[in-house]
Every structure is written in C-alpha cells, then in structure tokens.
Design a protein around this ligand. Structure first.
Ligand code: FES
Length: 105
C-alpha cells in the first residue's frame, strides 16, 4: 500500500528549487523544474552519488550527478549519458491543501 510523505508548502519550493526528504528506504529528492514537480531517489545508480547536489537543467528537466557526471531525466529516471546506465527510481508528486506530497510504496 502506498504512503504519502509530506515535503513542504508549495511556496517553499519555487522553480529551480529542490528538497530532500527521508523515508524508510533512503532519501528522495524533489525538484521544481520550471513549475513541474518531480521526485527521484537521491542516490545515483552508478556509484551512489548524491543526486540532489547535482546541477539541474530546467529546460530539459535533467540532473547531472555531481560525482561522475551522468545525466538523468527527472521525468523518467533514465540516464541519458554514461557512466550510469540503470534508471533511478521516480515517485509520483501531488499537491494537496497547499502541501507538496510524494507517494511511496
Ligand atoms: S555516482 Fe553518479 S555518475 Fe558516478
């Protein structure tokens, strides 16, 4: 059964901003990519790099891993460049009563 994690108020995550929340299986990074809210696991599939610290490209909604530079598509979790080749987990994001929430299993 899925569970909802409370992230923050909508106005606390403006375009270009990011947040990290903890849950049982690790950490989730939530991004506001030019108004689109997207969430991925905060752990690179290549070598566990801290993805939330990477550079966000708001035009393409991609994120560059700060460790070795793999580029991930935030919408699908799929890597677009090596050295990563396994997708990161993505999570559904929703807004309820002015709060951003992430759906986890
Ligand atoms: S840890 Fe992310 S590219 Fe190596």
């Amino acid at each position: 059964m899925s569970e909802l994690l409370d992230v923050c108020a909508v106005e606390e995550l403006p375009p270009g901003a990011r947040r990290v929340v903890s849950w049982a299986d690790g950490e989730i990074a939530i991004f506001n990519c030019a108004g689109e809210l997207l969430a991925i696991e905060d752990r690179c599939t290549h070598d566990d790099g801290p993805l939330a610290e990477g550079d966000l490209d708001e035009r393409n909604c991609t994120l560059e891993c700060p460790r070795h530079g793999a580029l991930f598509d935030l919408r699908t979790g799929k890597p677009r460049t090596l050295p990563a080749y396994v997708p990161v987990e993505t999570f559904a994001v929703r807004v309820a009563d002015g709060r951003i929430q992430v759906e986890v299993d």
